[in-house]
Design a protein around this ligand. Structure first.
Ligand code: BEZ
Length: 219
């Protein structure tokens, strides 16, 4: 069976976390969520990532997004590790729950297994996977990074803003787009409808084909 991917409903797993036991759908509770995994507690890159995620938590919160981490060690280890995370990124508070998955069952369900990283017992470790889940509980975007490459939280915030813009209107974000820059109007929108939907107007790129499909607007 192929693993969890874009368009799939995030499984409603019963998870044990640093904030108690709950079902993932109850936690998401009709909002956006970012679920992200880490190869292991007390590992260098992960320690930097979780601190940075905590530092950005307010930005995610402002955009109606709940955070949920996962690392395969047990709860006691997570609680001990949080002290290191907060010490390394001064001022940050790990206010989001972290799932414990010592049996590695949740990892598989969430398609977060790194086939190339194993612990000393030969058990698979999580990759640096990250799913952005929309209010309808569907996976809208997934990152899959190896253990050796830390993620960029500015990029996580950027893609979240892109997803939220596309969820609100028929627009998409072009190459290297940053929040505040023009977006493009979806090709499924006719010019007539574009005038109605975007009364602020739009600019069409003059291309050799004259097909008029590259239309920029500000929203
Ligand atoms: C890290 O978090 O630093 C890490 C974890 C597993 C393998 C390599 C790096």
């Amino acid at each position: 069976m192929p693993g969890l991917t874009i368009g799939d409903t995030i499984p409603n797993l019963d998870v044990e976390t640093t904030h108690g036991r709950f079902r993932i759908h109850d936690y998401i509770n009709g909002g956006w969520a970012i679920i992200f995994s880490h190869p292991g507690d007390f590992t260098p890159v992960c320690t930097t990532e979780l601190g940075k995620m905590a530092e950005y938590a307010e930005e995610f919160n402002k955009r109606g997004v709940k955070l949920l981490g996962l690392s395969c060690d047990d709860l006691q280890s997570h609680h001990d590790w949080i002290k290191d995370i907060e010490a390394f990124t001064p001022g940050c508070k790990v206010g989001y729950p972290i799932i414990a998955d010592p049996t590695r069952e949740l990892l598989k369900e969430l398609n977060m297994v790194d086939p190339e990283e194993k612990d000393s017992s030969g058990a698979h470790l999580p990759s640096r996977a990250l799913h952005i889940v929309s209010p309808d509980k569907k996976v809208k975007l997934s990152f899959l990074y190896p253990a050796t490459t830390g993620r960029n939280m500015d990029e996580v915030l950027r893609v979240l803003e892109s997803l939220q813009k596309s969820a609100a209107r028929p627009v998409a974000t072009p190459v290297n787009w940053k929040p505040g820059e023009p977006v493009v109007i979806s090709p499924s929108v006719s010019d007539d409808d574009a005038h109605k939907l975007f009364p602020q107007g739009y600019q069409t790129a003059d291309l050799p084909s004259k097909k008029g499909y590259l239309r920029f607007t500000n929203v």
